[in-house]
Design a protein around this ligand. Structure first.
Ligand SMILES: NC(=O)c1ccc[n+]([C@@H]2O[C@H](COP(=O)([O-])OP(=O)(O)OC[C@H]3O[C@@H](n4cnc5c(N)ncnc54)[C@H](OP(=O)(O)O)[C@@H]3O)[C@@H](O)[C@H]2O)c1
Length: 313
């Protein structure tokens, strides 16, 4: 069976699960109040009270971080957007999607912007005023019609004209990083893929797209940008429940040599959010997979997880 867990029904887009099995890729605390000595003794006058209230209100709203997730209509992006919305006391969520249809799919709220990342101008409104950016856009190969799983063999894949990894995973990601830098964004989390150390990785041959090579180029561009970053290179993605497995971090694709090289999209999404919280996640690149459910201890301490990562790239 060629296309199971990774299929989007209408477009047949997937990274074939059997392919991946075979070639696995793979706070905000309220600001401290001013020193209490500033408030003691004489009862404050009305104007002073009102001034103080407005200061507190301003501090309260500025303590929330505005976070944009791009690819918010995608399978991992949707989860990140939802998680941000659920933490409305900490984050002001924004999403960027490619089409109005994707916007409707995730609820159609005003905080979802529509723009194509290949068009540098189109993404500026979504990026203006954000504190952090989570990049979850990716070129997606489509399966050529006519494949019959019953007859065995392998399906063939292609990228649509203009939507090759070079345009989406390189130019599109670069556009986002450039726009974020121009807007003074304080942190970028980029989700990539394991497998990038091997230029001959089988995933590069899909649709002649060299997808891992273009992803890697964008990762390097981010690491060189000077913006605090976290690069999360995921193993084979699975649509499974998150929060119930022990997560594993690695470097240089070493995890691909082991039996533990897959990860639930929900766990990738949570790791993106947690990367916003801990300084230990910044200026780091990590491979991410998980132990199978039931073996190991489900990861709860992300500070410790990020502390184990030593690689800047
Ligand atoms: N599949 C795997 O096993 C695997 C393994 C390791 C890493 N990864 C990587 O992990 C990340 C998340 O994967 P996923 O499967 O959750 O993602 P996904 O569902 O394929 O979502 C990708 C998103 O990118 C958007 N996009 C594509 N071109 C765009 C453009 N020109 N402008 C704006 N948005 C655009 C798509 O929008 P539309 O829906 O509108 O096209 C889609 O929402 C990706 O980088 C992927 O390559 C995947």
């Amino acid at each position: 069976m060629a296309c199971v867990a990774f299929t989007s029904t209408a477009t047949h887009k997937c990274w074939s699960s059997s392919f991946i099995d075979k070639f696995p890729i793979s706070s905000v605390a309220f600001p401290e109040l001013p020193n209490s000595s500033a408030f003691r003794f004489s009862p404050p006058r009305k104007a002073a009270i009102s001034r103080r209230i407005s200061v507190v209100v301003a501090m309260s709203s500025s303590s929330k971080s505005t976070v944009l997730v791009t690819g918010a209509g995608g399978r991992t992006g949707q989860i990140v957007y939802k998680k941000l919305k659920e933490k409305a006391d900490q984050y002001t969520a924004r999403g960027l999607v490619r089409t109005p249809e994707s916007k409707e799919k995730i609820g159609g709220e005003d905080d979802v912007y529509v723009g194509d990342i290949r068009d540098a101008e189109a993404i500026v409104p979504a990026i203006q005023g954000i504190d952090a950016l989570i990049i979850l856009t990716s070129a997606v190969p489509k399966m050529k019609p006519g494949f019959d799983p019953a007859q065995g063999g392998r399906p063939e894949f292609y990228f649509e004209e203009g939507a090759f990894p070079e345009q989406v995973d390189w130019i599109g990601q670069k556009n986002q990083i450039d726009a974020a830098k121009a807007a003074g964004v304080k942190q970028i989390v980029l989700v990539g893929s394991m497998g990038g150390t091997n230029p001959n990785h089988p995933l590069n041959s899909i649709g002649n797209g060299n997808i891992l090579i273009w992803k890697r180029k964008a990762e390097q561009y981010l690491a060189d940008s000077g913006i605090p970053y976290t690069i999360i290179r995921a193993g084979g993605l699975q649509d499974k429940e998150g929060g119930i497995r022990e997560l594993l971090v690695g470097k240089d694709d070493e995890l691909l040599e082991t039996e533990t090289r897959t990860i639930a999209r929900a766990d990738v999404a949570e790791t993106c959010i947690q990367a916003l919280i801990f300084e230990e996640a910044k200026f780091k690149a990590l491979d991410l997979a998980s132990k199978p459910e039931g073996s190991g201890t489900p990861t709860k301490d992300f500070k410790a997880l990020f502390s184990r990562v030593t690689s800047r790239f």
